[in-house]
Design a protein around this ligand. Structure first.
Ligand SMILES: Nc1ncnc2c1ncn2[C@@H]1O[C@H](COP(=O)(O)OP(=O)(O)OP(=O)(O)O)[C@@H](O)[C@H]1O
Ligand SMILES: Cc1ncc(COP(=O)(O)O)c(N)n1
Length: 264
């Protein structure tokens, strides 16, 4: 089902070390077999050891990037990752309303694995009020789900309950990621008439930089290629599991996952 001409777009921050953010998204888009494009929201200076600095781009250049992409190569599916500040979110939401892509995947990036805040505290309100309701699917990890709802997530039962709360905020589907819990790596997909559990063994690996970015861009690429939501998540869960299994040591800290595709 690969189609190198199907356009996909990521709206996210740049990770200079290539493991997360825009770079992980584009690698995933290519590996799944779509044509990847990017709107950069912020530049981070980071590597496998941490995030050292962040510079947000202006809302003007974000608007211009959106226009340049959508006026020429309208993407079939769009993913939003790190959005950083409140004004940027409003700009992105306005542009998305204007161009109305078929699929919008929102990965509500808040804190990097290394503990650096990638969403300014004052931006949280706009994320919840404007971006989450327009998502086709939102993919919070447990700390992000807790931030969004104010409710603790410590079990699969909590994931179901809190996922339902997020669904009530307006997105069509919620994928609650269980990477931060203990035991098997269990993700839960919730929609109006949909409830699916995706389970994999927990792999004992230290190199998990960019797992969330990779999973959400894989879902984006599969939706763009025409898979339905359950299939898109199933194939993406396999993709991230194998990407973690074959993750590798590069750099001095938490290395990246491995992008390649050979599963159907
Ligand atoms: N050790 C692991 N073994 C197998 N699967 C894992 C492991 N850790 C995470 N996963 C899976 O990876 C995906 C990403 O989950 P996670 O909850 O780690 O997202 P995240 O915290 O947003 O990632 P990131 O830290 O990159 O932002 C999920 O499908 C999760 O189940
Ligand atoms: C630009 C950018 N976007 C997202 C992440 C989250 O990824 P992780 O939690 O694996 O650090 C990141 N580190 N950098």
């Amino acid at each position: 089902m690969k189609n190198y001409k199907v356009p996909t777009l990521t709206i996210a921050g740049s990770d200079s070390s290539g493991g997360a953010g825009i770079q992980a998204d584009l690698k995933t888009f290519s590996a799944i077999g779509t044509y990847g494009m990017s709107v950069i929201t912020a530049i981070t200076a980071q590597n496998t050891q941490g995030v050292f600095s962040v510079e947000e781009l202006s809302k003007e250049i974000i608007k211009k990037q959106m226009e340049a992409v959508f006026d020429d190569i309208p993407p079939k599916a769009v993913k939003v990752g790190m959005v950083s500040g409140p004004e940027i979110i409003v700009e992105i939401v306005d542009s998305l309303k204007k161009y109305n892509p078929e699929y919008l995947v929102v990965d509500p990036v808040m804190i990097s694995k290394s503990g650096y805040s990638l969403l300014r505290p004052e931006a949280k309100e706009n994320l919840i009020k404007y971006l989450i309701p327009m998502a086709y699917i939102i993919t919070p990890n447990t700390p992000e789900a807790e931030e969004i709802t104010g409710i603790k997530v410590e079990s699969i039962d909590d994931m179901k309950k809190v996922g339902q709360k997020i669904l009530d905020m307006g997105p069509k589907f919620v994928l609650m990621k269980g990477g931060h819990l203990e035991g098997d790596a269990v993700d839960v997909l919730i929609g109006k008439d949909v409830f699916e559990i995706y389970k994999s063994e927990r792999l004992d690996r230290k190199n998990t930089h960019g797992t969330g970015c990779t999973l959400s861009s894989s879902i984006t690429a599969h939706l763009a290629l025409g898979y339905d939501i359950k299939e898109s998540v199933r194939l993406s869960k396999t993709y991230i599991t194998e990407a973690i299994r074959y993750s590798f040591d590069i750099g001095k800290g938490v290395g990246p996952v491995h992008h390649f595709y050979k599963f159907e």
